[in-house]
Each structure stands twice: as C-alpha cells, then as structure tokens.
Design a protein around this ligand. Structure first.
Ligand SMILES: [Zn+2]
Length: 152
C-alpha cells in the first residue's frame, strides 16, 4: 500500500507544529515587547526584580522549547518518521516521502509539459504573407494570391 497523499495523522502533526511555532514566536516576541524590567524602578525592590527577570527568562525559555517542538512536528508531519530521519528504514523512508516526491514529480511534469508546448508552438508557427493588392493572407509558399489571383 502506498500513501498517495499525506495521512490525516501526518496532516494533524504538521498543523499542530505550525500552531506551536506560532505560539512560541508570539511568546518569544512578547518577552521583549513587554518590557517589565526597568532597572531604575527596580533598584529598591531587588527581590521583585529577580522575580520578574526569572519570569521573563522562563517565558523566553518556554518559547524556545515550543518553537523547537513545533519545528520537529512540522518536519515529522511533512516527511514522516522515517523521512525525517527519526528511524533508519529505507523502505519506510521511501513510503514516507512518497507524497512529497509525487508532488515534486507533478511539478516537474507540469514544467516539462509547458516547455513541450512552447516548443510545439514554435515549431508549428505559421507564416502568412499579406497580399499587396487585397490584403488577403496567403500561405508562405504561395506564388499567387488566393484572394485576388495577383502574383505575390
Ligand atoms: Zn490579393
């Protein structure tokens, strides 16, 4: 059995990965935007300062962990367990990567078809000769106009 498309489990893993990365990124950015530490104010309250610093470090750390897990889930969802290199199994890897390779194959095929079509059009270019007297369009090799009969 081959997987023609990504399984629901892999899709779910992938989207879960996206969600974790986004949450992680927001948390990470908010750690810096939400400047709770201002040295002047905190001079008199060193314990409070330490607490806020600890809190901020914790948030930044959590953000990094979320982004890391999210990135791993993204790779697992997209490439599968073997495809991502988590287990070494060439047959499994081939199957895991089948949806991606199929997609790439289709894209390559599309590109080749387009080139083929362009070449086809170039090879079958029809050249018409316009008659000087009646403006009728004649074939390239015609000697006499098929509209008015005059020599071209
Ligand atoms: Zn003519």
């Amino acid at each position: 059995m081959s997987n023609k498309n990504f399984s629901d489990k892999r899709k779910l893993t992938y989207y879960l990965g996206i969600i974790l990365v986004v949450i992680g990124a927001i948390l990470f950015i908010s750690t810096f935007l939400n400047q709770t530490i201002s040295f002047g104010d905190e001079l008199g309250d060193f314990d409070g300062f330490k607490e806020k610093l600890k809190n901020q470090m914790f948030r930044a750390g959590s953000a990094v962990i979320l982004i890391s897990i999210g990135t791993i889930l993204l790779a697992l969802g997209r490439r599968g367990i073997a495809g991502a290199g988590l287990i070494l199994d060439t047959e499994r890897e081939r199957k895991d990567l089948e949806p991606i390779n199929r997609m790439r194959g289709r894209q390559l095929n599309d590109a080749l078809e387009e080139v083929d079509l362009k070449q086809h059009l170039a090879q079958n270019q029809i050249i018409k000769i316009k008659c000087q007297s009646c403006a009728h369009l004649n074939d390239e090799h015609d000697n006499f106009c098929s509209g008015c009969g005059k020599k071209i």
